[in-house]
Ligand binder design. Structure first.
Ligand SMILES: Nc1nc2c(ncn2[C@@H]2O[C@H](COP(=O)(O)OP(=O)(O)O)[C@@H](O)[C@H]2O)c(=O)[nH]1
Ligand SMILES: [Mg+2]
Length: 308
């Protein structure tokens, strides 16, 4: 499968709700846009977990333009697409690289969000761009986590810096950056253990990791990415804002979009979190990551072939 097909496959669950279900509202050529139609539309949109306000905005937009008229399906879909693009609007936001020397990327988030897998995907992307990469196994909380990152590193053919058992994550981060500096590595990605924003000591540990990175490169980390699990939908988003602020995050990687029909959560994130969505993950393989582009995302979501 080519990249485009893989993305489409990955977004299928959400697109089945949004696209297939919206198309299903049209039995024949056209349909009268009345209260029944708007109620059905509202229910479909709401299922994708974009949240109450965006759902109402979309319904209002269709009502404003079309209430009382018999319209074609494509006209409604066009209105939805335009408004969705507006609600998600942002520029593509790739990694900001260091002006010189290694670019250091810290990755954080709650347990199981997809941090380690997203690191593997980013590493794969950098390698594909011809950049050298080193990973820092900063999730020293569980031995299995260090091992998991090591397996990815072997598979991708990149270095992985691991501390001895019981190391402090800040020490491992320091060593990974040191390795990058000594070996002219272009990108250093530091993994961290999962944590909740309410765990004060673990949140301050992130500050320690950051400080230890800065000892060698004052303007690092150049990115602190917050990995969010799309399958948690709205619930995950409400805590993410606080986390992002406390951890000084620079952008979001939204993982597991393939596992959910709640792809509307991108709208919620754009509306509620003051950070760009940098990349989206749509599978468990290392190639399942793309730069987020709202227009492309919406177009893929409503791709005709995925419609009913
Ligand atoms: N379907 C799917 N699974 C994912 C994705 N990203 C991660 N996972 C899976 O989610 C689980 C937790 O991922 P992991 O990277 O270990 O999370 P971490 O605890 O945040 O490091 C693993 O089973 C991954 O294979 C994704 O984009 N799609
Ligand atoms: Mg992990």
């Amino acid at each position: 499968m080519g990249l485009f097909d893989r993305i489409r496959q990955g977004l299928k669950k959400t697109s089945q709700v949004l696209n297939t279900d919206v198309r299903d509202l049209f039995k024949s050529e056209g349909r009268l846009i009345d209260e029944d139609f708007l109620d059905d539309l509202r229910a479909i949109l709401f299922k994708t977990d974009m949240g109450y306000d965006p759902t109402e905005e979309l319904v209002a937009e269709v009502a404003k333009n079309m209430r009382g008229r018999v319209v074609h399906m494509t006209d409604v879909i066009d209105v939805l697409k335009t408004k969705l693009k507006e609600l998600m609007a942002q520029d593509e936001s790739p990694i900001t690289y260091a002006a010189s020397g290694p670019t250091v990327i810290m990755v954080c988030g709650v347990n199981g969000a997809g941090k380690t897998t997203s690191i593997a995907k980013l590493a794969c992307m950098f390698k594909g761009q011809g950049k050298s990469v080193v990973l820092g196994a900063g999730d020293t909380f569980r031995a299995a986590a260090v091992e998991q990152l090591g397996i990815w590193a072997d598979r991708l053919g990149v270095e992985c810096v691991k501390g001895p058992e019981g190391s402090h994550p800040a020490t491992v981060a320091y060593q990974a950056v040191e390795y990058a500096l000594n070996n002219n590595i272009e990108v250093c990605i530091v993994d961290t253990a999962g944590r909740l924003q309410t765990q004060k000591n673990l949140m301050s540990e992130l500050t320690k990791i950051r400080d230890s990175i800065r000892k060698q490169i004052p303007e690092a980390p150049h990115e602190a990415l917050l990995v969010l699990d799309a399958t948690t939908g709205q619930n995950g988003i409400s805590q993410a804002n606080n986390f992002a602020e406390a951890a000084g995050c620079t952008g979001i990687v939204l993982a597991k979009l393939d596992g959910t029909a709640k792809g509307g959560v991108v709208v919620a994130i754009r509306q509620q979190i003051g950070l760009p969505v940098k990349y989206i993950g749509f599978g468990e393989q290392h190639e399942d990551l793309v730069l987020f582009n709202p227009d492309k995302f919406v177009d893929e979501m409503f791709d005709e072939e995925l419609g009913g």
